[in-house]
Design a binder for this molecule. Structure first.
Ligand code: PBG
Length: 398
């Protein structure tokens, strides 16, 4: 059976029908907001390459978190920028370090209204900017995997002691998830979750983040530990190892250039929640186009988030989290109608009215009855076309 009996457009003829048959749902509960905290900042420091994103001083982080919370996002991923760096990144596991203090501040100010996640890595904390311990031989250097692992365990435990609910190891060291699970369990933190950056690519899309976090490597790059962008099947090996080592949540990062990878990881591990990190470069390129008026940023950012969700992500880490949550909550979501009144939330502005995208949207859905075929076609009334054109007969060939 095909055209003209089958007409896909019928299901797209009103917002109500489009919402009813939409295959992908997205709400603020799926979003995680990254927050940068800078130890020696006195006031919020704007990040040039990420307009709208700041590095927050200790003492003010909770205000930013509360602002985000008010938009409906209640999960945070905390990144620290320490005042001191050294070869071993020792500030990363200092109980009085920037992340540890930020987590205590958030916990004190927000109680259990938010889920606090922390990035477990060394690159912001080391003078060389690599994600682990660098060993140097004559004329060469390498990131020493096994020497790095105990540090990762220590960092994670120090975050848990400060009150983190979830630790997220991003170093791409082999065995890091197992090491962290053992360290957490030995310290009594059996209930702290691990969200593993299982599939993290050596990506140019981290560029703006490296400005934000001052974490660019001083020499070399990260291609000996992060994944090669040409590979997809290898993602399954990485995810499988993290599952075996005790990861609670898997992650693919970046998101938009790796939607295929999100899909295959979700299909291979449907019984594991999957997060996707829509990274700094993804944010900055949309912001830049939006600022120039080259595209409608609100629509574009939601389209991207839906695409990541459609690919298979359960949760999305995005710098757009508060803005996206506001769009979703206000019923200004370009793709779906206003959310129904639920959970004690205020009804969307405009009550139960349908949003209208152009006049024809308001055409009533046909109810059947004694009308002719032509009148039943939602766009088929002559007046509905408004160009002085005769309404085509539904069965007519153009
Ligand atoms: C640290 C880390 C990075 C990001 C998150 N954790 C940078 C990197 O690996 O170079 C990137 C996040 C972003 O770009 O938004 N290892």
């Amino acid at each position: 059976m095909g055209f003209p009996t089958v007409r896909p457009r019928r299901l797209r003829s009103s917002q109500r029908l489009r919402d009813m048959v939409a295959e992908t749902d997205l709400g603020p509960e799926r979003l995680i907001a990254p927050i940068f905290v800078q130890e020696d900042a006195r006031e919020p420091v704007p990040v040039d390459a990420m307009p709208g994103v700041h590095r927050w001083p200790l003492g003010a982080v909770h205000e930013e978190a509360k602002r985000i919370l008010e938009e409906g996002v209640d999960k945070f991923l905390v990144f620290g920028i320490p005042a001191r760096k050294d070869e071993l990144g020792s500030e990363a596991y200092n109980p009085q370090g920037v992340v540890q203090r930020a987590v205590r501040e958030l916990r004190r100010e927000l109680g259990d209204r938010a889920t606090i996640m922390t990035d477990v890595c060394m690159c912001q904390y080391t003078t060389h900017g690599h994600c682990g311990i660098v060993a140097r031989g004559p004329g060469s250097w390498y990131v020493d995997n096994d020497a790095t692992l105990p540090y990762m365990g220590k960092i994670a435990v120090s975050h848990a002691e400060a009150g983190a609910d979830v630790v997220a190891p991003s170093s791409m060291m082999d065995g890091v998830v197992g090491q962290i699970r053992r360290s957490l369990d030995e310290a009594g933190f059996t209930n702290v979750l691990i969200m593993a950056y299982s599939v993290k690519y050596a990506s140019s899309f981290y560029g703006p983040f490296r400005e934000a976090a001052e974490s660019a490597p001083a020499f070399g790059d990260r291609r000996t530990y992060q994944m090669d962008p040409r590979n997809a099947a290898e993602a399954l090996k990485e995810a499988e190892l993290d599952v075996e080592e005790g990861a609670d949540i898997l992650m693919v990062k970046p998101a938009l250039p790796y939607l295929d990878v999100i899909r295959i990881v979700k299909d291979a591990f449907p019984h594991y929640p999957l997060a996707a990190y829509s990274v700094s470069g993804e944010y900055s390129m949309l912001r830049a186009a939006g600022e120039r008026g080259w595209l409608d940023e609100d629509r574009a950012l939601l389209e991207v988030l839906y695409s990541i969700r459609r690919a298979g992500a359960d949760a999305i880490i995005t710098y757009y989290a508060p803005r996206a949550a506001r769009l979703l909550r206000e019923g200004r979501n370009a793709f779906r109608g206003p959310r129904s009144h639920r959970g004690g939330q205020a009804p969307p502005p405009g009550g139960s009215q349908q949003p209208r995208e152009g006049g024809r949207e308001a055409e009533p859905v046909p109810r059947g009855g004694g009308q002719g075929r032509q009148a039943r076609h939602p766009g088929g009334r002559a007046g509905g076309l408004g160009h002085g054109l005769r309404a085509p007969h539904p069965g007519a060939r153009g």
